[in-house]
Design a protein around this ligand. Structure first.
Ligand SMILES: *Cc1c(COP(=O)(O)O)cnc(C)c1O
Length: 354
């Protein structure tokens, strides 16, 4: 055993995926399984594939490259950099895009490489991340992209919740449907894909509020961690497919208030303390270089996170009735953001259980 470790349960991910894919397929929605949470790790992606996703999607081209062994179509989620246009054309089958200049670059590379790539034009319906905003801009971009060789404008899409925190609603999704209808009139052809957002949109699935025209969702946190809008648990899904295990390296009773003149901590903050007398404390071999302490929640009862420096996690374990020892490990549930850091830290061992 080597800690810290993130333990990844493929059965839970597969079950979450199967449940979600069934719910989506019932409403005519295909699922792009988003792998960025685990850096496009192909072994973990097998759980998505076994659970029935229709495409694999990632925001980074390096992650998509790792998925080349799967026959499912690959989608690039982050609007591409012109500097990566050649790699994008070589690696992805479908790409979310907003800038006509970038579409031109992809077209040139596609011609040069004798390949073809599908474009989903991103429209901003209010969250203010990627996507064109004004109808005139959207129409101009769509007409221009429609005429480019080597690329096919396959549909439009939007993203919500991620930057502005704007919730998906019947209203903003209907706006997306209307834009697609307008573009189809303009281009005089059908646009087959209407990509209605990320896991946040699943909240509208149960209530039947997703317009029928929406036929694709891009899902990551729901499949992998069973969470949706506002990171809240989605009923019927499991939230503990990813667990953090970290080892206790010191276990001592100490005062709860530091002694001496208090200045700034290692991160420039002035810490505040509550005097609770002498308390049993544990230090675990984990720090901010791996994860921010706000992004984990202890699974054992009676454990409180006091703080963390770069390499030490400090816990109050006075009220924990489990037998704790030097060298034993404690288990934590990471948030989405926390999981992203843990999966990205080279210091955290990734242990896949099947
Ligand atoms: C990350 C991402 C998703 C997936 O988001 P989840 O909240 O994990 O479902 C969807 N679309 C885009 C463009 C993304 O970057």
């Amino acid at each position: 055993m080597a800690y810290p470790e993130i333990r990844i349960d493929l059965n839970k991910i597969e079950t979450n995926t199967r449940t979600t894919v069934e719910r989506c397929h019932q409403q005519g929605i295909q699922v792009a399984g988003v792998t960025k949470l685990f850096g496009g790790n192909p072994e973990i992606a097998t759980a998505y594939v076994a659970g029935g996703v229709d495409l694999l999607a990632d925001s980074r081209i390096d992650n998509l490259k790792r998925l080349s062994g799967f026959s499912l179509p690959k989608m690039l989620l982050r609007i591409p950099m012109i500097s990566e246009a050649a790699t994008v054309v070589q690696t992805a089958d479908m790409v979310l895009i907003s800038e006509p200049e970038t579409a031109k670059a992809l077209s040139n590379q596609a011609k040069a490489l004798d390949k073809s790539i599908q474009l989903i034009l991103m429209v901003d319906v209010g969250d203010l991340r990627e996507g064109l905003y004004a109808m005139k801009e959207i129409q101009e971009a769509a007409s221009m992209m429609d005429g480019l060789p080597g690329v096919q404008l396959t549909g439009i899409g939007t993203n919500l919740t991620c930057y502005g925190g704007v919730r998906p609603s019947r209203k903003n999704l209907t706006q997306l449907v209307n834009i697609k209808t307008e573009l189809e009139k303009l281009l005089k052809r059908h646009l087959p894909v209407l990509s209605g957002g990320n896991g946040g949109t699943l909240s509208l699935l149960e209530t039947g509020e997703i317009p029928v025209e929406i036929n694709q969702l891009r899902l990551g946190s729901s499949l992998a961690m069973g969470i949706g809008l506002n990171d809240e648990p989605i009923p019927g899904l499991q939230q503990d497919a990813f667990l953090l295990l970290t080892e206790i390296v010191e276990l001592r009773r100490k005062p709860s208030i530091p002694e001496g003149i208090i200045g700034l901590d290692a991160f420039g903050n002035r810490p505040v303390f509550e005097d609770r007398g002498n308390r049993m404390r544990a230090i675990c071999a984990l720090g901010r270089q791996d994860i921010h302490p706000d992004e984990i929640c202890p699974l054992q009862k009676g454990i409180q996170i006091l703080g963390a420096s770069s390499d030490h996690l400090i816990l109050d374990v006075e009220d924990c009735s489990d037998l704790l020892q030097i060298g034993s490990y404690l288990t934590f549930l990471p948030t989405y953001g926390g999981c992203l850091s843990l999966m990205t830290s080279p210091y955290v061992k990734k242990i896949i259980i099947t």
